[in-house]
Write a protein that binds this ligand. Structure first.
Ligand SMILES: NC(=O)c1ccc[n+]([C@@H]2O[C@H](COP(=O)([O-])OP(=O)(O)OC[C@H]3O[C@@H](n4cnc5c(N)ncnc54)[C@H](O)[C@@H]3O)[C@@H](O)[C@H]2O)c1
Length: 365
C-alpha cells in the first residue's frame, strides 16, 4: 500500500506499508540513479536480524557499507552523528550517495540528522522496523539528537526520499516496544479523529493479537492523520505542534527517569497528564478523562509513576526547557474533546504539580 506525502513546501515522498521486504528493491533503487554508495545506519539488534534481508537487495546496484550503533535512546547523541559524518567522509561518500536508516525511531532520528549535515544534505530513506517508527518517527522529516538531558534539542528538518514499512519486522519486535508504539497511535486518535479512537477501542483484542490486517488498517489511518498535518505544516509553524500531545510532560518524565521508560511509555504518561489537565480546565468531562486514561491499560502502557514529591521541581524545570515553551511559561497541547486538540498557553506550575500528583499513585492508593 502506497501513501504519498505531498507538500508544496518540501520534497514529496512515498510511504509503503508492505508485508515484507520483497518490494523494497524496486521502490528504492530507481530513486537514486546517480548514487554509487549506500550507507545503512542501523542498531546492533535490528542489523543482526535484518542485514541479510536488505543488503543483498542493494549490492547489485550500489557499494554498500554499514554504520551500526548501540540500541537505545543513549545513541541519540551528537557524538554518534559526528562519527557517522567521519565514516561517510572516510568511505568516500559524495553528495549523490545515500543514507538508509534501518530500525526504529532512534535510528531514523539519527540517520535523517546525519544526512542533513553531510555535504549540507544528502538523500536518505528509512526502513521502519518498530510500530512507533512506522506510525510516527519516520514520517515528516524531523530529525535530531538529545543534548544535556533535553530531548531532541539539536536537530533539523529534512524529508526522506522513501519510507518502507515491512510489517513482518513487527514479529520480532519485543512486546514492550510494540505497545510503546501504540501510544503514538492513540495520540493520533485523541488529537485528530474520534472515530479512529473508537475504532481502536473496538479493535483492542485484534491489535493486541497483532492481527496483520488489523495492524495494516490501523497504521494506514494513523499515518494518514500524521500525513495530513505534516503536509500542511511541515516546519511546525502551526498545527504540527498538535502532534506534541503528551510529549512535553512525556519528554520531561522520559529524561527525568533516564531510561526507565521508553519513549512511547513516556508519551502515554504525558497523554494521561494532558487529559487530566484538560479535565481540570473544563475542556473534557471527568468520564472522558478516566476513559482516556484507562484505554492505555490493556496495551500494557503505564498510567502511573512513583516520584518523590521533592523531585516535582526537577521535572518542572525539564518541562520549562522543552523547546516548545517560550519565555519561561509552559504551553501544552490539551484536548478540546476526544478527537480534537488545541495549544493552551501559560499552564500554571500548580496545575503541572497537580498532574504529577495524579500520576503519582500506587495500586494501594
Ligand atoms: N522524529 C520524529 O518525528 C519522532 C516522532 C516520535 C518519536 N521519535 C523518536 O523515536 C525514538 C523512539 O523510537 P522507537 O520507539 O522506535 O525506539 P528504538 O528505535 O530505540 O527501538 C526500540 C528497540 O527495539 C529494537 N528493535 C527495533 N526494531 C526491531 C525489530 N523489528 N525487531 C526486534 N527489535 C527491534 C531496537 O533495537 C531498540 O532496542 C525516540 O528517540 C523519539 O524521540 C521521533
Amino acid at each position: 500500500m502506497e501513501i504519498p506525502v505531498i507538500s508544496k513546501k518540501t520534497d514529496s515522498y512515498s510511504i509503503f506499508i508492505e508485508p515484507d521486504f520483497s518490494d523494497f528493491k524496486e521502490r528504492f533503487v530507481p530513486l537514486f540513479p546517480d548514487a554509487k554508495k549506500v550507507c545503512i545506519v542501523s542498531d546492533e539488534s535490528v542489523y543482526s536480524l535484518y542485514k541479510e534481508s536488505v543488503e543483498p537487495l542493494l549490492k547489485e546496484s550500489f557499494e554498500v557499507v554499514s554504520f551500526v550503533i548501540k540500541p537505545g535512546e543513549a545513541s541519540k547523541d551528537i557524538n554518534v552523528v559526528l562519527e557517522i559524518e567521519k565514516f561517510l567522509k572516510e568511505s568516500g561518500f559524495t553528495r549523490k550517495d545515500v543514507l538508509l536508516g534501518l530500525g526504529g525511531g532512534v535510528v531514523s532520528d539519527i540517520t535523517g540528522f546525519a544526512a542533513s549535515l553531510y555535504h549540507r544534505g544528502i538523500a536518505h530513506a528509512f526502513i521502519a522496523t518498530t510500530l512507533l517508527a512506522m506510525t510516527d518517527a519516520s514520517i515528516g522529516g524531523k530529525n535530531g539528537v538529545d543534548f544535556e538531558g533535553i530531548k531532541n534539542i539539536i536537530g533539523s528538518f529534512k524529508m526522506p526520499s522513501l519510507i518502507y514499512m515491512p510489517l513482518n519486522t513487527l514479529d520480532t519486535l519485543p512486546e514492550r516496544e510494540f505497545y510503546a508504539g501504540f501510544a503514538e497511535i492513540m495520540k493520533h486518535g485523541l488529537l485528530a479523529d474520534s472515530k479512529f479512537y473508537m475504532w481502536l477501542v473496538d479493535n483492542m483484542y485484534e491489535i493486541c493479537d497483532k492481527d496483520k490486517d488489523t495492524l495494516a488498517q490501523m497504521l494506514e489511518t494513523s499515518i494518514n492523520i500524521k500525513k495530513a498535518i505534516v503536509e500542511k505544516d511541515p516546519f511546525e509553524n502551526g498545527d504540527r505542534a498538535l502532534l506534541n500531545l503528551g510529549h512535553s510532560i512525556g519528554h520531561a518524565l522520559e529524561s527525568y527517569f533516564a531510561g526507565e521508560y521508553v519513549h512511547g511509555e513516556a508519551v502515554a504518561l504525558g497523554c494521561v497528564a494532558a487529559a487530566f489537565i484538560s479535565w481540570k480546565l473544563n475542556k473534557i468531562s471527568m468520564e472522558d478523562y478516566y476513559e482516556v486514561r484507562d484505554m492505555f491499560v490493556p496495551f500494557n502502557l503505564p498510567i502511573s509513576i512513583q516520584i518523590d514529591k521533592a523531585d516535582y521541581e526537577d521535572i518542572y524545570n525539564r518541562l520549562i526547557k522543552d523547546k516548545k515553551n517560550t519565555g519561561g511559561t509552559v504551553n501544552l497541547v490539551l484536548l478540546k474533546k476526544i478527537g480534537k486538540a488545541e495549544i493552551v498557553k501559560d499552564i500554571s506550575k500548580d496545575m503541572i504539580f497537580a498532574a504529577l500528583d495524579e500520576l503519582n499513585f500506587t495500586e494501594e492508593d
